[in-house]
Design a protein around this ligand. Structure first.
Ligand code: BG6
Ligand code: MG
Length: 213
């Protein structure tokens, strides 16, 4: 086998939380008089909560916002987002994703999460997906988010594997950059990676074709 472990991004790869992120940011942006579109939301993929807010504020034209007020806004956004996450159930993970994860495990791969989200544990728990992974590295364990490789290197370290033995699965440009910076190959799912990924797939189950042939 060319790889020993697979490290999965969470949001946009295993679960479709992007819409909840968008709606929560949109509510805040509206209050601040910022025009925030779904296209803008795409720029936030893989990026930490704090950096996401800085990107949104690029279009802000009001009075300067003090740091403590920014923190309040970030908490407010997260509260709205968590409310949506609270509605998630195991049905928010497709059979295709569950079966593919199982197939990869049966084939002998070790599986980990490498996500910038500080809500990772909550999402995995809501969707009953925690047990599908050997290790989890997430936004609560890092100081620099993607495109920095820290979260993927941490996942490899938790797994006890060399980075070159790990393959990353990502939906974000920042995630493909992070994987390569970690010395890992990357699979882009959907439009991510702008042609820079080592493999491109349009559906999750194609991972089995790449890894279990
Ligand atoms: C990433 C998402 O997984 O997590 C980003 O792609 C998000 O859009 C980031 O900003 C941080 O998420 P959270 O849950 O810590 O606010
Ligand atoms: Mg993602």
């Amino acid at each position: 086998m060319q790889y020993k472990a697979i490290i999965f991004d969470l949001d946009g790869v295993l679960v479709f939380t992007d819409k909840y992120h968008y709606l929560a940011w949109k509510k805040l942006a509206d209050r601040l008089g910022i025009d925030f579109t779904e296209k803008d939301n795409d720029r936030l993929r893989g990026v930490s909560r704090e950096e996401s807010f800085d990107i949104i504020l690029e279009k802000y034209q009001g009075d300067p916002i003090p740091e403590d007020k920014k923190k309040e806004y970030l908490e407010e956004k997260n509260d709205i987002y968590r409310e949506s996450l609270g509605e998630m159930t195991k049905d928010d993970v497709t059979d295709e994703v569950r079966k593919t994860l199982l197939g990869l495990r049966e084939a002998g791969y070790r599986l980990a999460i490498g996500s910038s989200s500080k809500n990772t544990a909550y999402i995995l728990e809501r969707c009953e997906l925690t047990d599908a992974f050997d290790k989890v590295a997430d936004g609560t364990m890092i100081t620099r988010s993607k495109p920095d490789p820290e979260v993927f290197l941490k996942a490899a370290q938790f797994l006890g594997e060399n980075p070159s033995d790990c393959l990353v699965v990502e939906d974000a440009d920042a995630g493909i950059t992070a994987a390569h910076a970690a010395g890992m190959d990357a699979v882009a799912i959907g439009a991510a990676g702008s042609g820079r990924a080592d493999y491109n797939i349009s559906s999750f189950k194609e991972l089995l074709d790449i890894l279990c042939e």
